[in-house]
Design a protein around this ligand. Structure first.
Ligand code: KG4
Ligand code: ZN
Length: 349
């Protein structure tokens, strides 16, 4: 087999991503281009992603983003050997734009098409920075839409859910808490920044689902968000001052504590030696710091890709596509449907 060029398209939420990788005949995957156009500014005043606005933005950004990715790689479309695209889970209209574009490029270029799972893509992102995954690893996926613990035995097919959030995703909790305390959307970066000046022990916020009878590996963040809202209301009605820095630090401590405690416990109980943390919230400084401390104590190898690879992008989809090509799986049909609720154990369609 000679080197293959795989192009990945991502459009499941508010980022239009096009990534390009090279799959060498030894199975090595090299990142050649990673271009992202975000519509996040258009959603900011609504405090969350507006699906119709996101779909329209994908439509406008798709071709320019493709052109920028090709420019960055120094390649042309005729060099592309396969196309991978996120077909779920995600926003229905947003997914349709990426999948339609991918089908059009695959048909025009007469190359195979791979419809892939966005969540498996987040795990594959790490291989672009840290190389191939060990034969078994645990992935903690934390983004605006998902919070899941996954056992990954094979990126090209065997991914099992160990636990997930029963209500809000971790990133969603950041976004909602930011709104409560008057910080901009998306809430993760400003809360992360403010928390650095605050005291994480100033306010004792609850740790969701950590009681002795609670499910061990599931998460809940909606009670935490409500606790922050109640605390702020209480201070206001008592005429007491609110330290935004302390609220941010105390809220963030609860999120990082629960996520890392459950992930390390799952890895230890399942006898898995490597933890990968990915998704937008993996960019959080306290989450990665605490994970580093706790993994070191438990003798677990920790892998966290750089922030640019943690948030939604096309490179992670290209990387997953390359794993599928290397594994020799059958390509998708040009009738490939989108699946907004695609289960995480379906890696490709
Ligand atoms: O993976 P992602 O880019 O998109 C989704 O698939 O949702 O994640 C976006 C989420 C948002 O909720 C944002 O607030 C959060 O990731 N986020 C962060 C940080 N940077 C982004 N959360 C905590 N700390 C950060 N530094
Ligand atoms: Zn994502």
């Amino acid at each position: 087999m000679s080197d293959k060029i795989i192009l990945g398209i991502e459009s499941s939420c508010d980022e239009t991503g096009v990534g390009i990788v090279r799959l060498s005949d030894t199975g090595e995957i090299t990142l050649l281009a990673d271009q992202v156009a975000s519509s996040v500014d258009q959603h900011a005043r609504f405090g969350g992603v507006v699906p119709e606005v996101a779909s329209r933005a994908h439509l406008e950004a798709m071709v320019p983003t493709m052109e920028r990715a090709l420019d960055e790689s120094g390649l042309s479309l005729s060099n592309v050997d396969a196309i991978a695209v996120t077909c779920g889970p995600g926003l229905a209209g947003a997914l349709l734009v990426g999948v339609s574009a991918a089908k059009a490029y695959a048909a025009a270029l007469d190359v195979p098409l791979y419809g892939v799972n966005h969540l498996a893509g987040h795990v594959a992102a790490d291989t672009l920075q840290h190389g191939a995954l060990p034969s078994e690893c645990l992935a903690l996926l934390v983004s605006g839409g998902h919070t899941q613990l996954l056992k990954v035995e094979d990126l090209a097919g065997k991914i099992t859910e160990i636990g997930s959030t029963i209500d809000d995703a971790a990133g969603e909790a950041y976004d909602k808490v930011a709104r409560i305390i008057g910080l901009p959307y998306p809430g993760g970066p400003p809360i992360d920044k403010a928390a650095k000046q605050g005291n994480p022990n100033a306010i004792k916020f609850p740790r969701g689902l950590t009681g002795p009878r609670d499910p061990k590996f599931d998460f809940s963040f909606s009670g935490l968000k409500t606790a922050v809202a109640r605390w702020v209301e209480g201070q206001e009605s008592d005429g007491k001052p609110i330290s935004v820095d302390d609220v941010c630090a105390s809220f963030q401590e609860s999120v990082a504590d629960v996520l890392t405690a459950k992930a390390v416990r799952a890895a230890t109980e399942l006898g898995i030696g490597t933890l990968v943390i990915s998704g937008g919230v993996a960019a959080n400084s306290r989450l990665s710091g605490l994970a580093r401390e706790r993994c070191a104590q438990a003798g677990i190898e920790l892998r966290v890709p750089r922030p640019r690879l943690c948030t939604d992008n096309g490179a992670m989809i290209a990387a997953l596509g390359a794993h599928l090509v290397a594994a020799g799986v059958r390509p998708s049909s040009l009738e490939l449907p989108t699946d907004p609720g695609m289960p995480v154990d379906t890696v490709y369609v």
